[in-house]
Design a protein around this ligand. Structure first.
Ligand SMILES: CC(C)(COP(=O)(O)OP(=O)(O)OC[C@H]1O[C@@H](n2cnc3c(N)ncnc32)[C@H](O)[C@@H]1OP(=O)(O)O)[C@@H](O)C(=O)NCCC(=O)NCCS
Length: 161
């Protein structure tokens, strides 16, 4: 059973936090690349991450958050809205695009707190769902999402050439 650390706080990422957020982001993609090399970050990924942060940190449809235990940032969650082409009736949707918890803090409810924060944030903004991509082989994350009430709706199939 997850026991929530009593003093974990979920806070927006400030410019001063960006280096730590980038470390967690890099750790997430390094882990994801063990399942699929297409998750491997480009050499200049820090420049792109900083540019995305500068561009969207004040955007009401983008969420940049860290989970803090005391003075230490131990979890990262990023989410942003997408707008599909006008040929579709239902165009606006929300993607949970990054979720990572420092290994030594896992199984204490940190990710659950981050996702609950996202759920409240998404409801306030009128989204009717949260979607995400997860590697089929990432069984830990799949079990986590299932436990939080997410359902599998689609699959990505790849034909290797
Ligand atoms: C997936 C991840 C974010 C979960 O973070 P966490 O803080 O450990 O998760 P929580 O403690 O909030 O878990 C809540 C519940 O989810 C389930 N769960 C979480 N991790 C699990 C795992 N590895 N295996 C099975 N169930 C898991 C459990 O039911 C857990 O409750 P319990 O501990 O009482 O059994 C974390 O393992 C992680 O950062 N993994 C690497 C990055 C990753 O895979 N990110 C998602 C990519 S899409």
């Amino acid at each position: 059973m997850s026991d929530s650390p009593p003093d974990v706080r979920i806070l927006p990422i400030t410019p001063q936090d960006l280096p730590r957020a980038a470390e967690l982001f890099h750790a997430l993609h390094t882990f994801n690349a063990t399942f699929d090399p297409r998750f491997t970050l480009a050499d200049d990924w820090p420049t792109h991450l900083r540019a995305a942060y500068e561009r969207t940190r004040d955007d009401p449809d983008t969420l940049w958050t860290l989970a803090w235990h005391g003075e230490e940032a131990v979890g990262l969650l990023l989410a942003q809205a997408h707008l599909d082409p006008p040929i579709f009736r239902h165009r606006r949707w929300l993607e949970l695009s990054a979720l990572y918890v420092e290994p030594s803090y896992r199984r204490h409810g940190v990710a659950r707190l981050l996702v609950e924060y996202l759920q409240a944030w998404a409801r306030q903004r009128g989204f009717d769902a949260i979607q995400l991509y997860v590697s089929a082989a990432n069984t830990g994350a799949r079990q986590f999402y299932a436990r939080q009430g997410f359902e599998l709706l689609q699959e990505i199939w790849r034909y290797r050439l």
